[in-house]
Design a protein around this ligand. Sequence first.
Ligand SMILES: Cc1cc2nc3c(=O)[nH]c(=O)nc-3n(C[C@H](O)[C@H](O)[C@H](O)COP(=O)(O)OP(=O)(O)OC[C@H]3O[C@@H](n4cnc5c(N)ncnc54)[C@H](O)[C@@H]3O)c2cc1C
Length: 383
Amino acid sequence: MDFRLTEREELLRKSTREFAESEIAPRIGAMEETGDYPVDLLQPMAKLGITGIIAPPDLEGVGLGYLARTIVLEELARVCAAVPMGIQVHHMAIAALNDFGTEEQKKKYIPLLAKGETMGCVAVTEPSGGSDVLGMQTSAVLKGDTWVLNGRKCFITNSHTSDFWVVIARTGEGPKGLSAFIVDKDAPGAKTGRVEHKVGLRGSNTGELVFDNCEIPRGNLLGQEGGGLGVALKTVSESGRTGMAAVALGILQACYEEAAKFASERVLYGKPIAALQAINFYVAEIYTDLDICRLLCYRASWMKDQNLRFDTESAMAKSYTCEAAVRSAKKAIEIHGGYGILQEYKVQRLWRDAMVTISAGGTGEIGKVVVGRAALAPFQKRG
Ligand SMILES: Cc1cc2nc3c(=O)[nH]c(=O)nc-3n(C[C@H](O)[C@H](O)[C@H](O)COP(=O)(O)OP(=O)(O)OC[C@H]3O[C@@H](n4cnc5c(N)ncnc54)[C@H](O)[C@@H]3O)c2cc1C
């Protein structure tokens, strides 16, 4: 087994890190204050290959795949997790269009996303409950050559920064009664609703989409009629969970750096507090979680690049890494003593950001439902 990254992947890490430190870090204060996503950074990120990293080269992407994507998301999140939060969902939209779109749909929409001319969004969740996908109520009815959508989506990342949305709606009964659509934000009856003010990932845009007799052309069906559950599950499981896990991984890396730095610099009893065994153990635990999570995240992305089935591995990477980011951020705060809860110190933001990763992209519990199913399968009786 060879765990080394290629020279190209290391270069990508370096260029993304430099970009994040020079272009994103100075914007964090404003993002925290306003909650606005820095959309003007999309074009520079497109130049670095970040927006189109999983898009095919013949559609203006760079086609570097999922391991490369995990590396760039991790590096962006090390500096500010709100930015890659928007980007990982943007990648989900590219994946949905690429996996299920017609040639015409791919040519129309993927280059715009790959070039960073707009952001992508995938709308599944509704007020009736995100985990209960089959409970969704947004309807789509075909009238002549027009689909008419009615309903409301909530908690949608990039809701207000996207020019078009991938939307799952009900076209019939049961699991085969869901279908996916591409909805232009200017379609008659399409509206954005409220913007959520979150405790963490503040600079990422999360909001509502509203469909009030929204009319879209028949040709905007994405995939087969009745295939919407498949679009949602594949997109969330493959690009959603790996993307969210990569963002949490970057938060974990930052927790480690902040914890180790503070423990080495803060002097008590005439010595750095790193000399205290309790503090030393905290750093060791964060460092170990970081390593476990990096292996989980890289393996899941690598499996996608090898065309292997990896739904269990992506769920494991997502639920474990997001929880590890929360517990590591808590330990990093504790190492900082009273300073940990001051706004000038980064660790409190890391904890707030980590908390938001838990339910985004499917909750930790739902991730464990997927993992538990795989873990128990060999021991379950048939029938
Ligand atoms: C920052 C952020 C960004 C998001 N972006 C998007 C997006 O771009 N697109 C999108 O469609 N959605 C998005 N979501 C929504 C997200 O997918 C949902 O929040 C998530 O699926 C949970 O849905 P819910 O919040 O309605 O909680 P519920 O589904 O109501 O769950 C409530 C609780 O019950 C638990 N639970 C539910 N079912 C089970 C079960 N079977 N077994 C055990 N426990 C269970 C949950 O784990 C949770 O603890 C985002 C959410 C956040 C916070």
